[in-house]
Design a protein around this ligand. Structure first.
Ligand code: UD2
Ligand code: MN
Length: 581
């Protein structure tokens, strides 16, 4: 099954990691400072829950720090070893009711120990890696807006439990103007003072969004490297060393862990795949895609070596602090959420750095299906604004491609990008074509194309992908509908390789069945088409047959039929603009 169809959540690993299963951190002596007055937190969470029953309150109270203390063996506590939490009946209603607060099940999180164990994710090969004893130190930066309590505290706890303390120069939290969550105020200050590392909490008076909040945190950081994390993660054993070592070896490396999946409803910890990497689709959404063969070859099949990834998810990475600024930090013109991860990926690659995913480093993250918080300015507007900035600064001539596939983006205001263009100039960065050719030839954005737009039949109308959702929609018939200017489902690209593609789906011809959209596969000859400017025929390369409109059918209206030399308008096709050569 092709889990890379998933929109937000990355693929689970096919490899069982049970053999590495351990709750060994139970045996690690907690630093005495971390064992502080847990009662406060219990009180805090319960005071927010006036409505729940006494039994329910008791069960949360008991389990708040230590997990299910009804079980004498910690291994049987809720959520241990990354297991799913079972919500007791009396809390089900409450769990449902409160889901929208964070867009994850905070009750499940509350039922687990803050220091719940997760399996060691490292393969034997990863465990065999040796590190010098002088890895660079790091300032961990966590920004949050209205974060859940136990998820944030568990993020901190997991850092302390599973990192060598000597490398944690400090933890810097930036509260991005959270509203009325008392536990994020004094109780969080108290908790952070109990940690065996210096912690600072900055408070934004106005909502700055995650990019500007991270910039604010980075500004006061003094570690040799910066490590950015989301506020609802769990670090697994060894996560930090691999990241630091790559940055030590190469100060231009931006290194991400594999992001494991913490399920948003039961908090089960699922190992992320080491066979997906970061890409992006036509709408400039970050997506996970399968690692291509060439990258396997480059690494000699060694899955304990870092992947060179075209893009990063954005939330979790380590970077040399000075390099972070040299390469342009973040675009302070970006608002709230979104786009900064692609912007940074393009910038780092085009300006001489690299983006790595280290398969030995694993950090779990609660992937949400929706954002729980508001987008001042409107979700769509904000994301378009951010995306337009990155398009205008980094995409060169490919911005025309993007505007053809997203006409609505063209009309959005990007604000002033002159400083970012000056940065690009100053850094003497390579162009986007170089990036596509050398770093991301598998991109769904073709390096070379003849045309992007509608493809029209002489009599029947335009080829239409019929609203197929290209994140989920392989194996659907292509259709023909009346041409409609800028109708998204009528925009396709004719690449110079001969593909007719809609994002990562290609029109594919096979014997005796109508033409369908299938996942594009480099070198799949059934997806190759040859257009003849004179006859206007679209010839299918492997069969030698012609694309033919068959409006007598209700579905599968595009078929392959023998090319007729005579007068068959069903086989004549027109692009809406002259072909690029
Ligand atoms: C992913 C990234 C996230 C960021 C985002 C695109 C991962 C695991 N996460 O989204 O880090 O790159 O894509 O922008 O790769 N926050 C604020 N202020 C805001 C909005 C968010 O402080 O106005 C905080 C938020 O509380 C969280 C972090 O920023 O700690 C990331 O936000 P998210 O978790 O909602 O983003 P996510 O994981 O969907
Ligand atoms: Mn997140």
């Amino acid at each position: 099954s092709d889990c890379t169809k998933e929109i937000i959540v990355p693929c689970p690993s096919s490899v069982s990691t049970d053999k590495y299963s351990t709750i060994s951190e139970r045996n690690v002596q907690l630093h005495p400072k971390i064992i502080i007055d847990k009662i406060n937190y219990r009180k805090e969470i319960l005071s927010n829950n006036q409505n729940i029953t006494e039994t329910a309150k008791r069960s949360i109270a008991l389990k708040w720090w230590e997990g299910d203390s009804g079980a004498t063996n910690p291994a049987n506590w809720q959520g241990e070893a990354g297991r799913a939490v079972v919500i007791p009946n009396e809390l089900k209603e409450e769990a449902k009711k409160r889901f929208a607060e964070n867009q994850f099940n905070i009750i499940a999180s509350d039922l687990m120990a803050l220091n719940r164990s997760v399996r060691d994710q490292r393969s034997a090969k990863c465990l065999a890696h040796k590190f010098p004893s002088n890895l660079p130190s790091t300032s961990i930066i966590i920004v949050f807006h209205n974060e859940g309590n136990s998820t944030l505290l568990r993020t901190l706890t997991s850092i302390i439990l599973r990192s060598p303390i000597k490398y944690i120069h400090e933890i810097i939290m930036v509260d991005d103007a959270s509203i009325s969550r008392e536990y994020l105020k004094d109780p969080l200050e108290a908790f952070s003072k109990s940690l065996p590392v210096p912690v600072q909490i900055l408070r934004n008076t106005d909502r700055l969004g995650l990019m500007k909040s991270r910039l604010r945190g980075a500004e006061i950081a003094t570690g040799e490297t910066l490590t950015f994390l989301d506020a609802h993660v769990e670090c697994s054993a060894g996560w930090l060393e691999y990241l630091l070592y790559e940055v030590k070896k190469d100060r231009t490396a931006v290194v991400c862990p594999i992001i494991d999946v913490i399920n948003d409803t039961d908090f089960a910890y699922l190992t992320g795949s080491d066979m997906t990497w970061g890409g992006f689709n036509w709408r400039l959404n970050f997506r996970w895609y399968p690692v291509p063969q060439r990258e396997e070859v480059r690494r000699n099949g060694d899955h304990s070596l870092p992947l060179l990834s075209p893009t990063m998810a954005g939330g979790l990475f380590t970077i040399n602090r000075e390099y972070f600024y040299e390469i342009g930090a973040y675009d302070p013109g970006m608002e709230v959420w979104g786009g900064e991860n692609l912007e940074m990926s393009f910038r780092v690659w085009q300006c001489g750095g690299k983006v790595l995913i280290h398969p030995c480093s694993h950090v779990g993250h609660v992937f949400r299906k929706q954002t729980p918080y508001t987008f001042p300015g409107g979700t769509g507007n904000v994301i378009y604004h951010n995306n337009k900035r990155l398009v205008e600064v980094w995409l060169d001539k490919y911005k025309d491609f993007v505007y053809a596939t997203m006409p609505e983006l063209k009309r959005v205001d990007a604000g002033d990008v002159s400083e970012r263009l000056a940065l690009r100039e100053r850094l003497k960065c390579k162009d986007f074509q170089w990036y596509l050719q050398n770093i991301y030839p598998e991109s769904s954005m073709p390096v070379d194309f003849h045309h992007v737009g509608a493809l029209k039949n002489e009599v029947h109308g335009c080829i239409d992908s019929l609203g197929l959702n290209n994140d989920n929609g392989a194996n659907q018939y292509a259709g023909i509908l009346p041409c409609q200017n800028q109708r998204i489902s009528q925009i396709l690209a004719y690449s110079k390789k001969g593909e007719l593609r809609v994002d990562d789906l290609c029109m594919e011809g096979s014997a005796n069945i109508a033409i369908k959209f299938q996942k594009c596969l480099l070198g799949n000859q059934k997806q190759m088409w040859n257009y003849n400017n004179q006859t206007r025929n679209m010839k299918h390369v492997t069969s030698g047959k012609c694309m033919t409109a068959d409006k007598t059918k209700t579905s599968g209206q595009l078929i392959l039929a023998s090319c007729e030399t005579g007068d068959n308008a069903n086989q004549r096709w027109y692009f809406d603009q002259p072909l690029l050569t």
